[in-house]
Design a protein around this ligand. Structure first.
Ligand code: MF3
Ligand code: CO
Ligand code: CO
Length: 295
């Protein structure tokens, strides 16, 4: 009879109970199993690693966010007041038994961020009417059963000019470059480095003042995920981490100012700015987007 080896294989679950593969955990150790990764990430970085039911909850929230973004996209056209996007997002979110996270978040007055042209992020929907040739970012964050998911896209209004086409393409590809770095063993700095290298190679700039973020049962959790940085630096990515990547890319200079409403961030030089955002889960082999859409 074939004897089954009791040796732990490199790809077997680690005997310490971390849920990681042996090769990613205790393989180098000969005695006492080390502290679980969950505990260590909590203690050292205040990062809440997610598993099981939490991931399922986040996935559901993410699905609703993408449905909401698709619905919002369907009404974007010249002449539309940005307030109409707010009304649609708010009502659809409530109908789906969810809560629009931006509303009253640190005093934000609306249910969605709508950022047009030189607005980098945190645009407040209102009386402005979209015009042919504008670009508009819609950033949706919903809370479903206590779980947050966060995603955004930048859309063309009517027919884009060459500058609009360029900045939207570069911002979209920037998110893609960042996402390609999301796998266990890489570090947070690898994400920012990939984005910065790509965006700057196209003559664009990367906003420094706002960063991606951990997300889960709170809107903004640890870690911060800058969209610039150095290869190999920062916290190591491990399965169960959930965070956003949301590069804001400017056609001109990276410097910004905040309007009197205390929220709206605009480029100082008036150049166009675009952004794409997804919520990502680090898996054993790479990542899963919890707010998936094609890039
Ligand atoms: N959704 C934004 C982000 O990606 C945060 C918006 S905060 C708000 O992190 F208050 F403006 F809604
Ligand atoms: Co975000
Ligand atoms: Co967002």
């Amino acid at each position: 009879m074939k004897q089954k080896s009791d040796k732990v294989g490199r790809n077997d679950p680690c005997p310490c109970g971390s849920g990681l593969k042996y090769k990613r955990c205790c393989i180098g150790r000969d005695s006492a199993p080390r502290e679980s990764l969950e505990n260590r990430y909590e203690r050292e970085y205040q990062i809440h690693l997610k598993k099981g039911p939490d991931i399922e909850g986040l996935r559901k929230a993410g699905k609703l966010v993408i449905e909401t973004l698709d619905l919002a996209a369907s009404i974007v056209k010249p002449g539309l007041k940005t307030e109409a996007i707010n009304t649609l997002v708010h009502d659809f979110t409530i109908q789906n038994h969810a809560i629009p996270a931006p509303l009253n978040y640190r005093g934000f007055p609306k249910s969605v961020c709508v950022s047009v042209n030189d607005v980098i992020c945190h645009g407040i929907p209102g009386d402005y009417r979209l015009a042919d040739g504008d670009i508009v970012n819609i950033d949706v964050t919903s809370i479903l059963d206590g779980y947050y998911a966060d995603a955004s896209k930048t859309f063309f209004v009517g027919s884009p000019g060459p500058q609009a086409r360029k900045i939207v393409q570069v911002a979209k590809q920037s998110l893609k470059e960042g996402m390609a770095m999301v796998k266990p063993g890489n570090r947070v700095g690898d994400i920012g480095h990939a984005i910065q290298r790509y965006a700057e190679s196209k003559g664009c700039s990367v906003v420094r003042d706002f960063v991606g973020h951990g997300i889960g049962r709170e809107f903004h959790e640890h870690p911060q995920v800058p969209h610039f940085g150095k290869k190999g630096q920062g916290i190591e990515l491990v399965p169960g981490m959930v965070f956003t990547i949301e590069p804001m890319i400017n056609l001109g200079d990276l410097s910004l100012r905040i309007l009197k409403d205390k929220w709206t961030a605009v480029t100082r030089d008036g150049s166009l700015s675009a952004q794409f955002e997804q919520t990502l889960l680090v898996t054993e082999n790479g990542h899963e987007s919890l707010t998936p859409y094609d890039l």
